[in-house]
Design a protein around this ligand. Sequence first.
Ligand code: SF4
Length: 470
Amino acid sequence: MSVTWRDDRFHDECGLFGIWNHPEAANVAYLGLYALQHRGQESAGIAATDGTGFHTEKHMGWVADVFSPERLRRLPGHRAIGHVRYSTAGSSNLRNAQPITATTARGPIAIAHNGNLTNADALRKDMERDGAIFQSSSDTEVILHLLARAPAGPLEEQLPHALRQITGAYSLLILTPEALYAIRDPNGFRPLTLGRLGDAWVVASETCALDLMEARFERDVEPGEILVISDAGPRSIRPFPPSERLHCVFEYVYFARPDSVLWGRNVHTVRKVMGRQLAREHPVAADIVIPVPDSGTSAALGYSEEAGTPYEMGLIRNHYVGRTFIEPKQGIRHFGVKVKLNPMREMLEGRRVVVVDDSIVRGTTSRKIVKMVRSAGASAVHVRISSPPIQWPCYYGIDTPTRKELIASSHHVEEIRRYLAADSLGYLSLDGMLKATGSDPASYCHACFTGDYRVGLVQEPTPQLRLFDA
Ligand code: SF4
C-alpha cells in the first residue's frame, strides 16, 4: 500500500530570493533558494532578465531537482528573482508555481509572493465580472491584474495604487528590466531582508540565504516599505500610513531556520528562551529531555538547561523521507511515524522522559510519538510544547487545517493529554512565548493561538465536532 506522508504541522508557504547586478544572477538565486528550501517544497522557479525580456524556469519539486546546469544556463542576465512554494491559496500545480511573468503596457514584469491576501477572492470575482482572465488560482495574480489596471505612470506610482486595494500578508519581489522592487505589507507579517554581495544587492526571506553566499546583511525591509533597487542603488518609498506591527510569531516557533536572524534576533536563541520559559512554567521530575527533531531541538536544549535535566537524543530523524512510500503488507508498529523518526531504546529504556516539540496541530503525530517512546521502554513520557495550544487557522500565508481539525480548538489540555496517552502535558503560555521574542509583545500576530485576527475580515465557526472520546 502506498502511504502519503502528510506531516501534522503548519507549513510556511513560500521563500523569496532576489538579486540585482550580478554576472551569475541565476546561479546565485539558485543557491539562495537552496537555503530557503524549508519554506516550500512543492515547486521552485527563477525569472532572470538581461535588461530586455525575461527567461523563466519553474517546475514542481525541490530546488536541487528542478535546476539542472542546463536549466540554469537558460537564465541569462544580471538580475533575477526566485521562489520556492508550498501551496496555500491556489492548489498545488505548475500553473501556480512562481515567479509569475507577464507583459503589461509598460513592459515585461515578474512577480513572486510570500503571504496570503485576505480579500483576493472578492477582488478576483470583481475583475472576472469585468472580463479579466486569470491563468492560475494563485492570489498573486490578483496583484498583477491590479497593476495592469492602475492609471498609467511609472511602476513606483502604480504599485501603491494597486497595493492599497489588497489586505492580508505579503512580502513581494517584483522584477522589471529597470529595477527590482522588494515590498513588505504595512503590518510586516512575513520577513524580508536586504544584503550586499560585492557590487550586487540581494533580497531574501531569511538571512540564512545570505550566509550561504557570504553576502553581508544590511537591514530588514521595513513593514510598508517599497524598496526600489536599480543601478543607482536602493531607494525607499513609504506610501502607506503607519500600521501596527504584526510579525508572525510562528516564524520564531517553527517556520524560520534556526540559524536565521529574524527581526533582530537569532531564531535558535529565541527558541531556547522559549524552552527555558517552558521549563519554568511546567517543571517535572525526569531523567532526560529529548527533542522531537528537528522542530523541538532548540527548545529542548533550553528546557534541559533551565531544568538541570540532561539533554539526550532519543529520537533519530531520517532526513531523506519522500512524500510517499510503500508500506509492507505485514503491519509494522508505528510505521508511518517510524519512517521519519526512530526511537533509541538505549537512551529511553527505564527512564522518565520529557519530550519537547514546538506545537501540536491535529495531535495524531504527537500521539504516535508518545506511544513509540513508551514502546522503547520509557517509564514515563511527559510532553512539553514550546508554544500555546493552536486553536485557529491562519489566513496570512500559512497552510493550516480547518479549525475543527485542530485538536486544541475543541479539547482542553487534560483531554489532549489523555488522547496523547502522555503522563503529563504542558504548553508554553502566550505571555511566555511573546516575552521570549525579546521585543514588544504587541508587535506580533498570534491569531492561530488566540483567534485575534487583526487584519482582514475573518470569521470562523466554533467547531462542534469532537475528534475522539476524551
Ligand atoms: S495566525 Fe499564526 S501562523 Fe498565521 S501569521 Fe499569525 S502567528 Fe503566524
